[in-house]
Design a protein around this ligand. Structure first.
Ligand code: SAM
Length: 295
């Protein structure tokens, strides 16, 4: 499991077999936390104050978030799914233990209850200490934060419970592997209410095309979601500068590629830094070599 050895001579290098032959590097000014948890290796470090990145969290040597660009991914996962839903009241987040997606979900005043289930308590604890501006939603009265395996949680959850489910996981190697599988998505579909929407950490078109194509295929053709669309997210800290999300609708009449309730009519829109209705629509316009993902 990659860990402490990725920091040497004052630099963190994101070397990993998932993206062989390349490694993003960040200059480290101070290591704030560096230890194995029950499930993965967690590191939090401060970067060179002359650069823009601020504090960074890695799990098993993979960058999870940086102060500089965390808003990109968190805003896109939360607002693209919630703004495409007519009235999101019950929201479930699987993973997301840093709290960033929850912070964004709770901006919506339609949301009555937001549950988060992350397998690793240490991620939540360290996020509260080093990223209070990201984990701030944990203390909201509408928030319930649980420690547990997301795959086991959805197996036990009642059918027709959630309006939106957001799967904010680490990569498939490690404790999240089941969360990329067909059996997990069967349960996600079952526990969504009619009209429900789910979206995930959908990996990168540059690095994970086979995985994305395979997931799109089984989510639609085997699990039975009515539609699956891939939305692109441009984010500098993730490998190849991009990540995406597979947005899945339970019913055929929903269209996630356009906001049903434009954020511009919501009071918090001015506080966002990435998500707008135009960015929502643009996310589903794909370059030619992956256009087929949204056909
Ligand atoms: N945005 C990040 C990215 O793109 O890699 C993901 C951030 S979030 C920190 C990922 C979370 O997924 C971690 O806190 C990890 O503990 C959690 N996770 C991994 N496997 C899980 C599982 N089986 N059930 C619940 N949470 C899981």
């Amino acid at each position: 499991m990659p860990g402490s050895e990725l920091i040497s001579n004052g630099w963190f290098r994101e070397e990993n077999d998932q993206w062989p032959g390349q490694a993003m590097s960040l200059k480290v000014s101070k290591v704030l936390y560096d230890a194995p948890t029950k499930y993965q290796h967690l590191t939090v470090f401060e970067t060179d104050p002359k650069g823009p990145w601020g504090t960074v969290m890695t799990l098993d040597g993979c960058v999870q978030l940086t102060d500089f660009d965390e808003f990109v991914y968190h805003e896109m996962l939360a607002h693209t799914s919630l703004c495409a839903h007519p009235n999101p009241e019950r929201v479930l987040i699987i993973g997301g233990g840093d709290g960033g997606v929850m912070r964004e979900v709770l901006r919506h005043d339609t949301v009555k209850k937001c549950e988060l289930v992350d397998i690793d308590e240490a991620v939540m604890e360290q996020s509260k200490i080093h990223f209070p501006q990201i984990s701030c939603g944990f203390s909201d009265p509408r928030a319930t934060v649980l420690v547990g395996d997301g795959a086991a949680f959805v197996k036990e959850a009642q059918s027709n419970t959630y309006d939106v489910i957001i799967i904010d996981t680490t990569d498939p190697e490690g404790p999240a592997s089941e969360l990329f599988g067909e059996a997990f998505y069967h349960n996600v579909l079952r526990i969504l209410k009619p009209g429900g929407i789910c979206c995930n950490q959908g990996e990168s078109i540059w690095l994970n095309r086979d995985l994305i194509e395979g997931m799109r295929d089984f989510i639609k053709n085997k699990v039975g979601f009515a539609s699956v669309k891939y939305g692109m997210i441009y984010i500098p800290a993730y490998p190849c500068g991009s990540i995406g999300t597979l947005m899945c609708c339970k019913d055929a009449d929903a269209d996630v590629t356009k906001p049903l309730r434009p954020v511009e009519a919501m009071s918090f829109a001015k506080d966002l830094k990435y998500y707008t209705s135009d960015m929502h629509k643009a996310a589903f316009v794909l370059p030619r070599f992956v256009e087929h993902l949204n056909k």
